[in-house]
Design a protein around this ligand. Structure first.
Ligand code: ZN
Ligand code: ZN
Length: 181
């Protein structure tokens, strides 16, 4: 086994926050973190809440309450809408998921709990929604929230929640990037 010089080409790649949805084992890790986060706040990620969170994390795209209910019924036959809505409310309160109003659907928070924002109340966030593939990316830019807050303050308006939903086309779907034809 000749050892030919293997040099690691380390391009100073910034540890890119790929805000994609993590498949497989990462979901287990996310669920464990979520449970720990809840516990630290004196809240409980019950089995049902955990199931709902898992279904959201497993979905590649934002998922609506009724789709969740359908999937949940695979595991819990008696699951009723109020059950799901209560679980969703809890998960939103804990900042574990977000509701994308425009799609009336839910996504897992792309932010690591304990990585910056550890507060329970929903953090300001922005969503980039792709009209082609339906994927969403979460951006957490305090400058955006700050600009909104400043603009609101000038009007004497008290901001409770800043959700920015931006519609467009994601990098994967940008025309011209596709195969020449
Ligand atoms: Zn988030
Ligand atoms: Zn797309």
């Amino acid at each position: 086994m000749s050892e030919h010089a293997r040099h690691a080409h380390h391009h100073g790649q910034s540890e890119g926050h790929s805000h994609g949805h993590a498949p497989g084992g990462d979901i287990e890790a996310s669920l464990a973190r979520a449970a720990a986060t809840c516990l630290a706040r004196g809240a409980q990620l019950t089995e049902l809440r955990r199931q709902v969170l898992r279904l959201i994390l497993e979905s590649a795209q934002p998922v609506g309450a009724y789709a969740l209910l359908d999937r949940l019924r695979g595991e819990r036959r008696g699951a009723a809408p109020p059950t799901v809505y209560r679980a969703l409310d809890f998960l939103i309160e804990q900042g574990l998921i977000h509701k994308i109003e425009r799609l009336n659907a839910f996504v897992g928070c792309a932010e690591e709990p304990g990585h910056g924002h550890t507060h329970a109340h929903p953090h300001p966030h922005q969503f980039l929604i792709c009209g082609r593939c339906g994927s969403t990316a979460e951006v957490c830019d305090d400058a955006v929230a700050g600009a909104v807050a400043a603009a609101a303050a000038r009007l004497g308006f008290q901001v409770h929640r800043t959700t920015v939903e931006v519609e467009g086309i994601c990098a994967q779907c940008v025309p011209g990037k596709s195969t020449p034809g």
